[in-house]
Design a protein around this ligand. Structure first.
Ligand SMILES: [Fe+2]
Ligand SMILES: [Fe+2]
Length: 306
């Protein structure tokens, strides 16, 4: 079995048993999600022809951190079809997760359209550079990979909540008059529902096979990296976004990992195998390590502001 965290046979059984919960969570999603139109909140009256009026940074001055957040947010949304395609590749064509995945991909495109149109109308970001970066990122099609469906659903649970926090905090950093706040908050609302789908799918999986899921969650937490690694200058963007207090170790630990693990009642689960109990202990140590990392990052932000 090599270095695989999740036994492929157990993963296969788990996926089959998750068909029922996936179908009902998909129906729940359809009943609670609201349709919205990505062009409605764009301030089109601000838009100007780029041939006649060239873009310049003074048109909508934003800090580096906020610019980085907007760039990473929109380019990550652009890359979603590769992401969902890769995530769904081990799932059979008639599994309800496939129906969910198509709807999910369609919603993510709406985010990309809304944010890009807003960028073009407000001139928040250099559109030439953004398009060049999009071509690089989408030509690579680099996406997070998991070795099992158990790990994939654990990863996406964290990632969708992280994305919600990142969009919401980006919106908070923007002023109301340019309508960026409203667009980001609509996008963040959808991300919250995507998170709820995966979070509750993991909850169902924890009931079916708690030991497999605990090992999968631990493995994803230890290796967690936001999607978007194929974006040019991703590391610099990531750093700027963290230092701006939009999304970094602090938000990841406090607003993503802790609430999700506590929703799953990970540390109260009983009847785990010896291997899964060990994984849970490691998870506790990972969490302590992440908390220290967050404190160090907060101290750095404070020293930069002093
Ligand atoms: Fe999205
Ligand atoms: Fe999402």
């Amino acid at each position: 079995m090599g270095n695989l965290v999740v036994d492929p046979g157990k993963d296969h059984v788990l996926v089959e048993e998750l068909a029922g919960p996936a179908a009902s969570l998909f129906n729940r999603h359809l009943s609670v999600s609201k349709e919205w139109y990505p062009f409605e909140d764009v301030p089109w009256d601000m838009a100007a022809d780029f041939e006649e009026e060239r873009w310049n940074a003074k048109q909508y001055p934003l800090s580096q951190g906020v610019q980085s957040a907007i760039i990473v947010n929109v380019l990550t949304e652009d890359n979603l079809p590769y992401y969902t395609h890769t995530l769904m590749s081990p799932i059979k064509p008639d599994h309800p997760l496939r129906d969910w995945s198509r709807r999910w991909t369609a919603e993510e495109w709406r985010h990309s359209a809304a944010i890009r149109d807003w960028i073009l109308a407000t001139r928040a970001i250099d559109p030439y550079r953004l398009e060049d970066d999009r071509m690089v990122q989408m030509s690579k099609g680099q996406v997070p990979q998991s070795n099992s469906v158990a790990e994939m659903i654990a990863y996406v649970s964290f990632q969708e909540l992280a994305t919600q926090v990142a969009h919401r905090n980006t919106g908070q950093a923007l002023d109301k008059t340019m309508r960026g706040k409203k667009i980001m908050s609509k996008v963040a609302g959808d991300e919250g529902l995507h998170h709820a789908f995966y979070r509750d799918l993991v909850l169902a999986a924890l009931e079916i096979d708690p030991s497999t899921m605990v090992m999968a969650i631990q493995s994803e937490l230890r290796n967690f990296k936001m999607p978007g690694t194929g974006i040019p200058r991703f590391t610099e963007h990531e750093e700027a976004i963290a230092l701006a207090g939009i999304f970094g170790a602090q938000q990841f630990v406090e607003a993503v990992v802790k609430p999700t693990l506590s929703y799953w009642r990970i540390f109260d689960l009983e009847g785990l195998s010896a291997e899964a109990s060990q994984a849970r202990e490691k998870m506790g140590r990972n969490l302590a390590g992440l908390t220290r990392l967050a404190a160090a990052q907060q101290a750095r932000i404070a020293s930069l502001q002093a």
